[in-house]
Design a protein. Structure first.
Lengths: 261, 393
């Protein structure tokens, strides 16, 4: 009896979590132009509209480009740093860890406004470079945490073995450690890409019209009349998020296999 | 010892990157909240002359003379300096935006007699202690003006801290509103998250996987998309209103958007996964033998829950609550899209003062208030959850 009530409640909450997203997706395939059911018919006209639109299409490419560049930068900086943090102990490690994780905790509005102020004199406001740097900074903690998690399962004795066989520290890292933690590094990169793809507040304050990303355009699309093209954009973001989620799940399963096998 | 040095070198590029892109910009921004540097370059002599003034009555002749000299020097220098200083003084005492440039124009021509008489002839405002108090307060370099303003406080000419006038008090309401909305969202998340987390932690197989997927999926989907979904659902002609009307529950559409209800609903939807995941971890960490032992010793189910299950899961519950609360405090997008003018939180005002009214000092002071609140929560989180080795987090 008690268990039955628990199930009913739990399932209701799960439905509450998923239903709003599921409810708006079919609207993007509507043949009509209103935001309610039943759909007058099915069509791809809103997707055609999306890909022909000077409002949405550049935003799509901006999101892809800025996300990729930010993820690459975050991974390049975050992976060696995670390796370094893994080897470190003591007070310096605690401080470094605090600095690395701080972008996760500080409210993003504070980051956005501070960057707007700092980027001004550097000429980085309304540039792709500026937005890539900002998004890489927001994505770095995810890379470090993910890579550190995969290093937990890596046996450091192997590095000593490599050194005994005459490999320098760099060679030992690239030939022994990196191949084993590669899925974790890739998962970190996916996290960083997802962070950039999701980010809207920094983009609102720091980006110019030429750097508008998909979520940024959705934000302004929502402030006006919501069109069905907006739901098509939302649907595409959902599909991308699901793909990223699956990628991370796959990479993590692979990483576990590799390190235990 | 080469290894620690090597390890430190590996972290150096990232730490340097974060120093330049994160620590320094935020430091420089927050610095503006505790300093004042717009008025001193324009009125350096006046500020010095006012240092010895006690804030009652009008200052002596030397302050008036310094003001005249400063304004004459400023008129011949940087064109933007006087309006910048006037804008800053206007934030303290309305009227300064016009008063300062006007006075500067009028004192430019040489005059006979005392500077005091000449300046008082330009505007009676210069006979008010508070006019001079505003200049003294803005003299910098360090200043409590912005932080006090962010708490609806101000100093009078004598330096005593007082309440801001009733009609200009906004920020305490905003702070309390932000705390209240965050608290409400946290409570609702806890109430909704508990049964779901318990189910996920205690069931096996497909059901558990599906429930976990229901939590993970929204976790990954863009915040703007989830907010958009609620906008579509809650519109006047939206799906919820249509369903309620079709069901005969209501006759006319309910106003479901642009209000507190929509903000809390949207925020709960976005933050619920952050509550459920720590709860699941806490419940999975419970030793299932303990409640069973309590039950076998004759405790009623409610007693088992209150005396065994609840205390054991409390650290996880606390961690989830603080995680949700911290994030809720800094919310910007969801209240901006789903709320009305009276539902905006601290973050919105930070953005507003930084961009639309270009009052960096106040934006920084509000950020300091926000960061202090978040910092207290992080410290609490550290005590509850313990900062374990982050690799395990």
């Amino acid at each position: 009896m008690a268990r039955g009530i628990l199930w009913a409640l739990g399932v209701l909450v799960a439905v509450f979590l998923v239903a709003p997203i599921v409810a708006i997706l079919p609207l993007s395939f509507s043949a009509g132009s209103f935001l309610f059911y039943p759909l007058p018919g099915l069509s791809l006209r809103w997707y055609e509209d999306f890909f022909a639109s000077p409002f949405w299409l550049p935003a799509f490419w901006n999101s892809m480009g800025i996300g990729t560049a930010a993820a690459a930068l975050a991974t390049l900086l975050g992976t060696p740093a995670a390796f370094g943090l893994w080897r470190m102990t003591g007070a310096f490690r605690a401080v470094a860890m605090g600095v690395v994780l701080a972008p996760m905790v500080v409210p993003v509005i504070v980051v956005a406004v501070a960057l707007l102020l700092a980027f001004g004199p550097l000429g980085l406001v309304a540039t792709h470079t500026g937005l890539v740097i900002a998004h890489a900074m927001l994505g770095v903690p995810f890379v470090v945490v993910t890579v550190l998690a995969s290093l937990e399962a890596f046996d450091p004795v192997q590095l000593r073995a490599a050194a005994a066989c005459g490999a320098g520290p760099m060679r030992a890292f690239f030939r022994v450690c990196l191949p084993q933690i590669a899925p974790g590094v890739a998962a970190g990169a996916v996290f960083a890409f997802a962070t950039s793809l999701d980010e809207v507040v920094v983009a609102l304050f720091v980006a110019g019209p030429a750097q508008r990303t998909l979520p940024r355009q959705m934000f302004s699309g929502l402030n006006d009349q919501i069109s069905l093209t907006t739901t098509a954009a939302a649907a595409m973001l959902v599909v991308m998020s699901v793909l990223l989620l699956l990628a991370v799940a796959w990479l993590q399963a692979r990483g576990r296999r590799r390190l235990s096998g | 010892m080469r290894r620690p040095v090597g390890a430190a070198l590996l972290t150096a590029p990232l730490l340097l990157f974060l120093l330049v892109t994160f620590v320094a910009p935020i430091g420089a921004f927050l610095w503006r909240g505790v300093t004042d540097d717009e008025v001193r370059p324009v009125l350096p002599r006046t500020v010095v002359a006012l240092a010895s003034w006690n804030g009652t009555g009008t200052p002596g002749e030397e302050a008036f003379a310094a003001l005249v000299e400063d304004l004459r020097a400023a008129r011949s220098g940087d064109r933007g300096a006087i309006p910048r200083a006037a804008a800053r003084l206007n934030a303290d005492r309305p009227g300064f935006r016009g008063l300062l440039p006007m006075t500067a124009r009028r004192v430019e021509a040489p005059f006979e007699g005392s500077a005091r008489a000449a300046v008082l002839a330009i505007s009676a405002e210069w006979g008010q202690p508070e006019t001079w108090g505003a200049i003294a307060r803005a003299g910098g370099p360090m200043s409590s003006f912005h932080v006090l303003a962010a708490l609806d406080l101000r100093r009078d000419a004598t330096g005593a801290v007082r309440q801001a006038p009733e009609d200009t008090r906004v920020f305490r309401t905003v702070l309390l509103r932000s705390l209240w909305i965050s608290l409400l969202v946290t409570a609702v998340c806890l109430a909704l998250g508990w049964p779901l987390a318990w189910l996920i932690a205690t069931s096996r197989g497909l059901a558990a996987t599906l429930l976990l997927a229901a939590v993970m999926l929204p976790f990954w989907i863009s915040l703007v998309v989830r907010t958009a979904a609620w906008m579509v659902l809650l519109q006047r002609e939206g799906i919820v209103n249509a369903a309620l009307q079709a069901g005969g529950i209501i006759e006319t559409p309910l106003p479901l958007l642009m209000n507190r209800f929509a903000v809390v609903l949207g925020m709960v939807h976005i933050l619920l996964p952050f509550m459920v995941l720590p709860l699941v971890a806490a419940f999975r960490g419970l030793d299932p033998r303990l409640p069973r032992a309590a039950a076998s010793l004759g405790a009623a189910p409610w007693r088992v829950f209150l005396r065994v299950t609840l205390p054991l899961s409390l650290p996880g519950v606390g961690a989830g609550c603080i995680l949700v609360f911290i994030q809720a405090l800094g919310f910007y997008v969801t209240p901006a899209l789903l709320g009305g003018p009276n539902d905006q939180m601290l973050a919105w005002f930070v953005g507003f003062y930084a961009t639309r009214s270009v009052n960096w000092g106040l934006a920084a002071a509000l950020s300091i208030v926000l960061l202090v609140a978040v910092g207290l929560c992080v410290a609490l989180y550290g005590r509850l959850a313990g900062f374990r080795r982050p690799g395990a987090a």
